[in-house]
Design a protein around this ligand. Structure first.
Ligand SMILES: Cc1cc2nc3c(=O)[nH]c(=O)nc-3n(C[C@H](O)[C@H](O)[C@H](O)COP(=O)(O)O)c2cc1C
Length: 181
């Protein structure tokens, strides 16, 4: 059975470096790209004042359509982008006001792609993704750090992207031990 994947692009620009790497992956995997700049998503609010913005319909679509979710974020000030963090904070809505959507995330595969100007990623960058996957009952397929040189994806990064995609495939198609009798 073919499993569908999506790359959630959390850059502040649609045609920047993170988009370039996301498009490279999309071309190899035929995953869709969801560009968060195209959606109106307000920050998390305890009284759910943004409940009727684009977040819940988008999240429902993701939960119903895809088995694999790659979060693609630029490195902004040593962290995920603000756009991506707002999206993550709003996942709380799926645990509080729309639990059935949150439950649908269980068993799916999550992975993380970062894109910085530096080839070094500071330790701990991936922790929120790894721990959120764990909290949500998702499988975590790892991360890859990327950068762009002279407007191109360097060969070294391309090789790391190949390994990243292999990890995703083996995680997504791994037999769930609880389903083995
Ligand atoms: C607000 C801001 C903060 C940044 N902070 C970092 C950083 O901490 N570390 C780093 O390696 N690059 C940093 N950069 C560079 C970007 O991560 C890099 O240019 C990345 O490729 C941009 O991706 P984008 O075109 O999708 O925005 C920063 C860029 C911006 C705009």
């Amino acid at each position: 059975m073919e499993k569908k994947g999506v790359i959630i692009l959390g850059s502040s620009r649609s045609n920047g470096n993170t988009a370039k790497v996301s498009e490279y992956i999309a071309a190899k995997t035929r995953y869709d790209i969801l560009d968060l700049t195209e959606y109106q998503i307000g920050p998390y609010h305890y009284e759910n004042i943004h409940q009727h913005d684009d977040f819940l319909p988008l999240m429902r679509r993701i939960a119903e359509t895809y088995d694999t979710i790659i979060f693609a974020t630029p490195v902004y000030w040593y962290s995920m982008s603000g756009t991506m963090k707002i999206f993550f904070d709003r996942i709380t809505d799926c645990l509080k006001i729309e639990k059935e959507t949150g439950r649908k995330l269980r068993g799916k595969t999550m992975a993380m792609l970062s894109c910085g100007s530096d080839s070094e990623l500071k330790p701990g960058f991936e922790m929120p993704f790894r721990e959120s996957a764990n909290y949500l009952g998702m499988k975590y397929a790892g991360e890859v750090h990327t950068w762009i040189e002279n407007n191109e994806i360097p060969l070294e990064v391309e090789q790391q992207l190949e390994d990243f995609l292999e990890n995703i495939t083996s995680t997504t198609f791994a037999v769930d031990p609880v389903s083995v009798k």
